[in-house]
Design a protein around this ligand. Structure first.
Ligand code: SF4
Length: 559
């Protein structure tokens, strides 16, 4: 079988062949969609190789030889090789355990065999010598498996290369592997979401959480007006100045601890710091001093293939309407649940006016489910929103300062304290949602439901609908009812304009970030995760809606 490359076709990495043998979808996600996750397992694998390189040096073993062959269509970096009795011996190191045969003897896993054989063939090509001896060493159970590169093994490698090249040209993502155990050990599980995809196909499937919890990092809000964010090695350095005294304060935060940076007001971030953030997949959002979202910069995830599919799907009016209905239904359901929960105490002698609003929201929900066009959907959503906010009059405690009672939403500029809180909260949420969309590899400018109107990307506005109630409205009402806000100290009132003061913004960031970190059991996938991670999960579930695993996006409900 010929493996010679066509013009301009890049060689395949040997590790990609390993991925292909392990799971064709893993190969596709890495090679075609260029998705990589740097999780603890990947770092552990790297650390093992570093240790081995030191050990091997001491033993006089040649290691990490990089080879490429146009004839084979392959390239790769050998873990180690040794000269024995005038012949080369290729060695592959693995962190885990060997497979066992029926007599419990160690044997190599299929993907590891293929990998070490491919390296041996590369070595043959480069040295012109026959290489037959191969070994895979499994460090967890200290097992060494000897292998011989024979005729059948060579054919196996060539067939795998041909399969890989075919799959590389395909626009169809392969299905998840039927062997769910493989997913537990797969570094791409947090972005592939195999359990969620199984659930989409089988509602009885009990999904387990394969996300990487140790990658949860915090948001860094830089609130001081004259603050400067610079880079010091692997740290962000924030320098703030007290205007009255001219004193400066310097704080440093390791980039590995940061998930996103939010620059408020007139804060500055240096090009070097921005590069560090983008390089480490830390999104940066700018919000004006008045609490308006400006922009988000984030490392674009795997883009081309994903965006091509997104354009194709969202050019279809039927798909857009289906998703828009789901989105609006999810949001209005959350509004209804929140109103019912927050007015529970009123139940005995419930105000007839409140009941009328609740009945109206229920009717809007039924109409949304039956809706056949976007125009009508907008009408029902608007009706539900008016009724929902009208209910806020019953949701704050009697003793609340009149200035902190909701009196109708106003924006650009907000004209009351509650509108100022909501506007600021939605701006922070928009930044988080936009960062997640870009990170997942989708185009924020191409939306389902919202049309381009302002600087806010339409898809971000769409996705944000799912989280407005849970991540902003609920904490705002709860914090007002706890008496957390002072109309005099936390707001700046200038004529008809109301802004959060410096103290108010700082307080709100605390309220919002605490909510983001709160864990909540997702009613569809069945496992618990923080609200911050929920945003990313829903962005990934949205992408699956046009990739053969629909039915999970925007289905969750709040308690
Ligand atoms: S998570 Fe499972 S299905 Fe997805 S790439 Fe990995 S092994 Fe394949």
């Amino acid at each position: 079988m010929s493996t010679a490359l066509d013009d301009h076709e890049p060689t395949l990495r040997v590790s990609a062949l390993h991925a292909l043998e392990y799971c064709p979808r893993l190969f596709y996600l890495e090679e075609v969609e260029t998705l990589y996750v740097q999780d603890a397992r990947v770092f552990a694998g790297r650390a093992l190789h570093e240790v081995l390189e030191d050990e091997d040096d001491a033993m006089g073993v040649k290691h990490t030889l990089e080879l490429e062959s146009e004839a084979l269509g392959l390239r790769g970096k050998l873990d180690a090789l040794r000269r024995r009795n005038g012949r080369w011996l290729v060695i592959e190191h693995k962190r885990g355990r060997a497979k066992r045969d029926s007599d419990k003897r160690p044997i190599a896993w299929e993907s590891d065999r293929l990998q070490v054989f491919a390296y041996a063939m590369l070595l043959e090509e480069s040295t012109g010598e026959v290489v037959e001896g191969c070994r895979v060493r499994y460090h967890e159970d200290n097992a060494v498996v000897p292998l011989v590169l024979g005729v059948a093994a060579r054919e196996e490698v060539r067939a795998a290369i041909a399969r890989a090249r075919l799959l590389r040209q395909s626009t169809e993502r392969p299905p998840v592997t039927p062997d769910a155990n493989k997913c537990v050990r797969c570094s791409l599980a947090p972005v592939c979401l195999p359990e969620e995809e199984r659930l989409a196909k089988d509602p009885e499937w009990s999904a387990i959480d394969l996300s990487v919890k140790d990658l949860e990092r915090r948001s860094l809000h830089v609130l001081s007006h004259g603050a400067r964010i610079g880079k010091r090695s692997e740290e962000l350095e924030i320098v703030t100045r007290t205007f009255a005294t001219g004193e400066t304060t310097t704080t440093r935060v390791g980039i590995s601890e940061v998930g996103s940076v939010v620059v408020h007001g007139g804060g500055q971030i240096s090009t070097q710091a921005l590069h560090l953030c983008i390089d480490r997949e830390v999104s940066v959002t700018w919000v004006t001093g008045g609490g308006r979202f400006v922009a988000t910069a984030a490392a674009a995830g795997p883009t081309v293939q994903r965006r091509v599919r997104q354009y194709r799907a969202l050019s279809d009016d039927a798909i857009c309407l289906r998703l828009a209905k789901q989105l609006v239904h999810c949001k209005v359901s959350a509004q209804l649940r929140f109103v019912l929960r927050a007015t529970r105490g009123e139940a005995a002698g419930r105000d007839a006016a409140l009941d009328e609003q609740i009945t109206g929201i229920r009717a809007a929900l039924r109409a949304i489910a039956r809706c056949e066009d976007t125009g009508a959907l907008l009408g029902h959503e608007g009706d539900a929103a008016r009724r929902y906010f009208a209910c806020w009059a019953w949701m704050t405690r009697e003793a609340t300062d009149e200035r902190l009672r909701y009196s109708g939403r106003t924006r650009r500029p907000p004209k009351d304290c509650v509108s100022a809180l909501l506007g600021f909260g939605y701006a922070l949420l928009l930044g988080d949602v936009t960062g997640a969309i870009i990170g997942v590899g989708l185009e924020p400018a191409l939306g389902i439901y919202h049309r381009p109107r302002s600087s806010a990307p339409p898809l971000s506005l769409d996705l944000m609908e799912l989280f407005r109630v849970a991540m902003v409205d609920m904490p705002v009402i709860a914090s007002i009812n706890r008496g957390q806000w002072s109309a005099d100290d936390d707001f700046e009132i200038a004529g008809e304009r109301v802004w959060l003061s410096d103290a108010g913004r700082k307080k709100f960031v605390g309220v919002y970030e605490r909510r983001k970190a709160e864990e909540w059991r997702h009613s569809v996938v069945g496992y618990s995760l923080s609200w911050g991670r929920m945003i990313e999960l829903e962005a990934r579930l949205l992408e699956k809606e046009w990739n053969g695993a629909e039915g999970l996006f925007a289905r969750f409900s709040i308690r």
